[in-house]
Structure formats: C-alpha cells, structure tokens
Design a protein around this ligand. Structure first.
Ligand code: SF4
Length: 316
C-alpha cells in the first residue's frame, strides 16, 4: 500500500486512471490549439496531472522507460538524464529481454506504454532488436521511441522496416535548426507520421531547469508530490524499476562533478523479488530517499532552448 492516502478501490482506480487519460488528451489538444505549450498553463496542468496520478492506487502500471543509450549527440541545458555528462554506454539487449519477460509475466502484458529513451536511443545500433523484444513481450502496448531526430535521416531501411513491423510510434522532439521537412519526407516513404514530443510540434522548444538540493534537506513527501517526473517516467534498469529517471542517471552527475548524491537499493525495486505487480506499483507510487535531494523538477522554464555548458549550476 502506498502512503499517499488516495483512491484505493481497484474499480474506482481503473475508472480514475481512464478518466485521467482522456482528460490529459483533451488538455493536450486544448493547449496545442491555443499555442500554450510553453506557458504557465502547461506547467500547472502537468502539476495537477502529477498530483491526481499519485492519488490513485492503480492496479496496472501506465508505462516504463528503457534507457537504451546513456549518452547523447546533443547537449541540452539541465538534462534530467544527465546525458551530456554520461560516458557512452548502451543497454544490454539480453538483460532487457529478461526484464521485459519478467514484467510481462507479472503484469499479464498489461503495461500501457513502453518508451525506448536515452540519452539518444538512435545511437544504439541494436535499436531494431530492442523494438522486437519490446513488441514480443508487450503485444498490446504503445511502444515509442523518444528521439531528438538528428540521426533519423541517416537510418538504414532496416530501422524503418522494423519500426513499421513492430508498430513503433516515433516521437521526435522538434528541436530548432533541424530540417524536419526532409525528415518527414523520408518517414513518409515508409508510411510514417511522427507524433512529436510534448507540444514541440506547435510551440518552440524551451529549456527547463531540474534543480537539486545537494544538502539533501528537502521533505521527501512534498518533493515527491510536486514532482512531475515521479511515477511518470518509471525507469527499468538491470532488473529494477524506479519511479523516476533520476535514480538510474544520478551516477553521471556524481561522476562528472565529483559529488556523492546517495542512490541506494531503497530508491528502486527488484522486479525478481517483488511478489506481484501491485507491490511494484505501490513502491513506485511512494516517495523514495533520493527525493530529499530534489528541489524543483523541470517546473521552472528558463527561456528558449539552450545548449548545456556542463556546469553544475545548471542543476543547483
Ligand atoms: S527523486 Fe523524487 S523528487 Fe526527485 S525526480 Fe525522483 S521522484 Fe522526483
């Protein structure tokens, strides 16, 4: 049982989850239509969504992120994966396949969305194989690749053919200065339409600040409740699930800046030791010790998209 004192009846939770999903889609359309993608309206909506989501005790997990490449070919200000600080490392395909099999058994294949993320996922030469195993174990899920799009034009036919065969949704972030028309033309030849990330199709990309408190003196429950990443960017890594991307990527920040923000086993759950999916969901929908170190997670817009200078003040 999570300690958020929310909706606990499975039927009410399923209804609330579906209601939330429909409301989210409508809100996205509304915000896109009125070009409010970069405004305080979006920030407020995402805060409300995060709070509502945490007040439900769902019986099914909404989604998981698999980081198939830790590093990135872009360097964005205050990246919440610390990808611009990461050494080049790819996810292990066999290990990921084992983990997906275990999660498929635990959930009955009922995880709504599987996201292949990074860093930049297109850097991983085995990406078509990751598409295959994700689809094999989650035949009914929405499987997405979240990419900055820089490498889309360079992809060989096998990439597009696999994406089509395994029904993968391509979700590029529409960064400025990229020839999207040409990329869309190439995608079109394979019958592809993109589902652009967030509001980047209609609004210019902005930079946000993910701000840490290196003294670790934040209230974990408050940090968790106001955090838009918590229970929304659930990460899978080496047989463990964590409620946010920070848990598995904090090592890059620690290494690059010679810091020691502590990440322990208490921040994630072992999917092989958990007795069932509900135990995992309850864990993911509860604060973790690392929340002590988070001040404001991406809710502060700092202006139009900018490059990272890789200095510690981008996160402090
Ligand atoms: S550690 Fe807690 S507050 Fe920080 S990003 Fe993760 S869930 Fe959010």
């Amino acid at each position: 049982m999570n300690d958020n004192n929310g909706i606990n009846s499975p039927r009410a939770a399923t209804f609330a989850q579906k209601f939330l999903l429909v409301t989210e889609k409508c809100a996205k359309k509304f915000v896109g239509f009125f070009g409010l993608g970069n405004s305080e309206v979006t920030v407020t909506l995402s805060k409300i969504k995060g709070r509502l989501k945490k007040s439900i005790r769902p019986a099914a997990l909404e989604g998981i992120d698999i980081c198939v490449a830790e590093h990135c070919n872009m360097a964005c200000y205050s990246c919440n994966h610390f990808s611009q600080l990461a050494e080049p490392v790819f996810a292990d395909l066999a290990e990921t396949e084992r983990d997906l099999k275990r999660l498929s058994e635990l959930s009955g294949g009922n995880i709504q969305s599987i996201m292949l993320v990074g860093g930049e996922p297109l850097l991983n030469p085995e990406l078509p194989e990751f598409m295959r195993v994700a689809r094999q174990y989650f035949p009914g899920s929405r499987i997405q690749i979240i990419t900055n799009g820089l490498l889309l034009l360079a992809q060989k036919d096998v990439f597009w053919e696999s994406a089509k065969k395994y029904n993968i949704v391509m979700t590029p972030t529409k960064y400025p200065g990229i020839n999207w028309e040409k990329i869309e033309e190439r995608a079109d030849t394979f019958g592809y339409k993109f589902d652009y990330f967030g509001f980047t199709e209609n609004s210019e990309k902005v930079s946000r600040k993910f701000c840490l408190d290196l003294t670790g003196s934040q209230n974990i429950k408050k940090s968790f409740m106001r955090c838009p990443l918590a229970f929304c960017t659930v990460g899978l890594d080496k047989g463990r699930l964590a409620t946010c991307s920070f848990v598995f990527s904090m090592k890059h920040f620690n290494r690059y800046f010679n810091q020691n923000v502590p990440v322990t086993e208490a921040d994630s759950i072992d999917i092989y030791k958990a007795k069932d999916m509900q135990e995992i969901i309850d864990f993911l929908n509860s604060p973790i010790p690392l929340c002590r170190f988070c001040k404001s997670m991406g809710t502060e817009i700092v202006g139009e998209w900018r490059k990272s200078e890789k200095t510690i003040d981008e996160w402090t």
